[in-house]
Design a protein around this ligand. Structure first.
Ligand code: IMP
Length: 204
């Protein structure tokens, strides 16, 4: 797959794992994915109440500071009974002050407590990916993925990260933390969004 005009793109994230995943997926595409840290781009603020606004802000910020096309993502878990929370606050759900360290364990404990008397356990992971060709691109490429499941009443499994130990994939009967990475990548919000983004890039 050769895509004209997209020889180099900056990945607007400090997350090395995500960067490697992206580089792996775009292998052979003629597109080189570079870390924003290579250009000393600081993490952008994520002040918005929707994933798409935050992803766009990150992509525009990295493109503005590097002069290159930029790719950003944003993701989290949305719980029906909590009107979509933790949502964009997923990473820092249990933090009470800006100085608090984020903790997966504290987040899971808080979510289990919030749902203690709740019978509706429906939830989904959401991921959005945005590619801007220039900082003020009026027509960004946008791809999204959703992974539906339920919140358990106790944690299970040791794989994955974040809310995976309490998130049940109903089809397999396993939590996100009981699935191996290859299986998770095929069905997860992030895997689906990446695949959709790749299909859109191919059409450029
Ligand atoms: P971000 O996209 O790296 O900002 O992730 C936001 C937060 O959502 C993470 O810190 C996790 O708490 C949660 N999250 C997103 N994707 C996953 C996942 O695949 N498994 C578990 N938690 C996730």
């Amino acid at each position: 797959m050769q895509v004209s005009g997209l020889q180099k793109i900056v990945f607007a994230s400090g997350n090395q794992g995500k960067l490697r995943e992206m580089q792996h997926l775009l292998q052979g595409s003629g597109i080189e994915v570079l870390a924003q840290s290579a250009f000393n781009v600081p993490e952008a603020d994520e002040p918005y109440s929707t994933f798409i606004e935050n992803a766009l802000a990150k992509a525009r910020h990295a493109s503005q500071l590097t002069g290159l096309p930029s790719l950003a993502d944003d993701s989290g878990i949305c719980v029906d009974a909590l009107e979509g929370l933790p949502g964009v606050h997923s990473a820092r759900y249990a933090c009470e002050t800006p100085d608090d360290q984020k903790s997966d364990h504290a987040n899971n404990t808080k979510l289990l407590k919030a749902l203690a008397n709740e019978t509706n356990r429906q939830a989904h992971y959401y991921c959005v990916m945005v590619l801007v060709k220039y900082a003020q691109d009026p027509q960004p490429l946008i791809a999204e993925g959703i992974w539906h499941g339920e919140i358990l009443t106790a944690a299970r499994g040791n794989e994955g990260f974040g809310y995976d130990p309490i998130f049940l994939d109903v089809a397999s009967g396993k939590t996100g933390a009981e699935l191996n990475i290859e299986v998770k990548n095929k069905i997860s919000h992030r895997g689906l969004a990446l695949q959709q983004l790749l299909n859109k890039i191919k059409l450029l």
